[in-house]
Design a protein around this ligand. Structure first.
Ligand SMILES: Nc1ncnc2c1ncn2[C@@H]1O[C@H](COP(=O)(O)OP(=O)(O)OP(=O)(O)O)[C@@H](O)[C@H]1O
Ligand SMILES: [Mg+2]
Length: 264
């Protein structure tokens, strides 16, 4: 079962020379175990920063993040977090197969051949098991990163724009696969996306963020029934929810040009 995540008053400010950039200001979130929550927001609103805090790769300046009541570092140390970050960061000297096996090796676990092949088939890379990352397209590399994030059956899955470079057909296929995997084993999932329809299709909740300073402005519950199918994309409720998310997103984007968010 996935882990519950509680974010209380989280603040993260970066210093760039004499200036400071408020990447996250007083973010509060409650993420129930086993749910999928999307972070939707404009470039620079702190989505990746928040994901790095969840992954235990960075620390907030103020506030707290608790995963099942513990520090994100504990979960990271026990290899229970699966991550696919924006720059897929595959190891260039390792094949597709061996990149996907990496989290298991780090956790001191042995790879089941059938499981690895199953993941490779799922992300549509059969026949490319021995290819090196440089021999793949950008979208194929992203699919390797998704398979790698899932291989160790994590309690928390952190996906930073994992479907960004994929064509529409592959994207929908992977949306349905992710849903299938999560139905079998409800891993708590944080998905960063710029795409409103993707957020609504996949999520239990959409957290709309705004920038300068980076903050969570509204959480929208997605009450579409499961399983979500291609027919969901044509339903009236799906379109209503997309419109609502867009409205919130754009209502907070209007002042963007006027404000730099940078404090001297
Ligand atoms: N290590 C860092 N040092 C200095 N500033 C940083 C650092 N990491 C992030 N920032 C700043 O924090 C802000 C938020 O960055 P972040 O990468 O979280 O945005 P994002 O929402 O993921 O954007 P995008 O959609 O473009 O990926 C930006 O203004 C960025 O310049
Ligand atoms: Mg980012």
């Amino acid at each position: 079962m996935g882990a519950a995540i509680a974010v209380r008053g989280v603040t993260r400010t970066f210093t760039l020379g004499a200036r400071s950039v408020v990447a996250l200001e007083a973010v509060n979130l409650e993420i129930p175990a086993g749910t999928l929550v999307s972070l939707l927001g404009p470039s620079g609103c702190g989505k990746s920063t928040l994901l790095r805090l969840f992954a235990g790769l960075d620390k907030p300046d103020g506030g707290s993040i608790l995963i099942d009541g513990g520090d994100p570092n504990e979960l990271r140390a026990s290899h229970r977090i699966g991550v696919a970050f924006q720059d897929s960061s595959l190891l260039p000297w390792r094949s597709v197969w061996s990149n996907i096996c990496l989290p298991l090796e780090l956790a001191g676990r042995t790879a089941e051949r059938a499981d690895i092949q199953g993941l490779i088939d799922m992300v549509g890379l059969s026949g490319f098991e021995n290819a090196l990352p440089a021999q793949l397209s950008g979208g194929m590399r992203q699919r390797v990163a998704i398979a790698r994030a899932l291989v160790a059956t994590p309690s928390v899955l952190l996906l930073d724009e994992p479907f960004g470079a994929l064509d529409e057909v592959v994207r929908l296929h992977l949306h349905l696969e992710l849903q299938r995997i999560r139905a079998a084993r409800p891993v708590t999932t944080l998905l960063v996306t710029h795409t409103v329809s993707e957020a609504v299709f996949l999520s239990d909740q959409v957290v709309v963020m705004a920038s300068r300073p980076g903050r969570a402005v509204r959480t929208i519950a997605v009450d579409l029934p499961y399983p979500r199918t291609p027919a969901t994309l044509r339903s009236a409720r799906f379109h209503e929810l997309c419109d609502l998310c867009s409205e919130v997103l754009f209502s907070h984007a209007s002042g963007m040009a006027a404000s730099t968010g940078v404090q001297e």
